[in-house]
Write a protein that binds this ligand. Structure first.
Ligand code: IMP
Ligand code: MG
Length: 189
């Protein structure tokens, strides 16, 4: 392969160790959607997707959730391009609508240290939300630094860096239809 060529298949890159198949994810998301539908029956929750990582999870979750609901997005930065949280959390894209009196369901890809979510949950309470719950596809519980209650959790995972189904490593791999562990983060291809 010449130095300018890239691997032909991104989906079967040898640096990826599959963790959850597309089928496993779909089954779990359907279960989460059913549970959310039961819990919010008769209510009009506002789902807030945390960009960018949660966009694919959110799009599947809303279609598994038979409710009258709203969808908004926020972007929070805590990571930069690396694999470890910088610890500093800031809002990069804010909501366009007020949340006072609303039942909020935050939709997040993964809870790692919990810094991002504890900041976001606090901020939504401060703005007068009636209730704030959290749906997270993945829970990397071993790395928690802040106590965060995950009301709807897809899967608990070990302390490894995962990509796919919306999650990235330096903006790469969001388009994988499954979730995988990066075997060697120093490898660029
Ligand atoms: P926390 O503030 O440490 O909980 O970090 C949460 C954010 O870091 C998530 O929303 C992800 O965007 C990112 N993140 C944490 N772990 C991973 C991972 O294993 N793969 C991809 N992104 C991750
Ligand atoms: Mg995220």
């Amino acid at each position: 392969m010449s130095s300018s060529a890239v691997a032909v298949s991104e989906f079967s890159n040898p640096n990826l160790e599959p963790l959850f198949t597309s089928e496993q994810i779909q089954t779990r998301v359907a279960e989460m959607g059913a549970e959310i539908s039961r819990d919010y029956a008769g209510q009009t929750p506002l789902l807030i997707g945390v960009l960018k990582g949660a966009y694919i999870f959110l799009s599947d979750l809303v279609r598994a959730t038979d409710l009258r609901l709203g969808v908004e997005f926020m972007a929070i930065s805590s990571y930069g391009a690396g694999m470890r949280s910088s610890g500093e959390v800031r809002i990069v894209k804010d909501l366009d609508v007020p949340v006072d009196g609303r039942d909020i369901l935050i939709v997040e890809d993964i809870v790692d240290t919990g810094l991002t979510l504890s900041f976001l949950i606090g901020s939504l309470h401060q703005r007068g939300a009636k209730s704030v719950r959290l749906a997270a596809l993945l829970d990397k519980h071993e790395r928690r630094e802040r106590d965060v209650k995950i009301d709807y959790c897809g899967f608990r995972i070990p302390d490894a860096f995962v990509v796919g189904y919306g999650l990235d490593y330096a903006e790469r791999y969001r388009n994988l239809p499954y979730i995988a562990v990066i075997k060697d983060p120093s490898l660029k291809d």
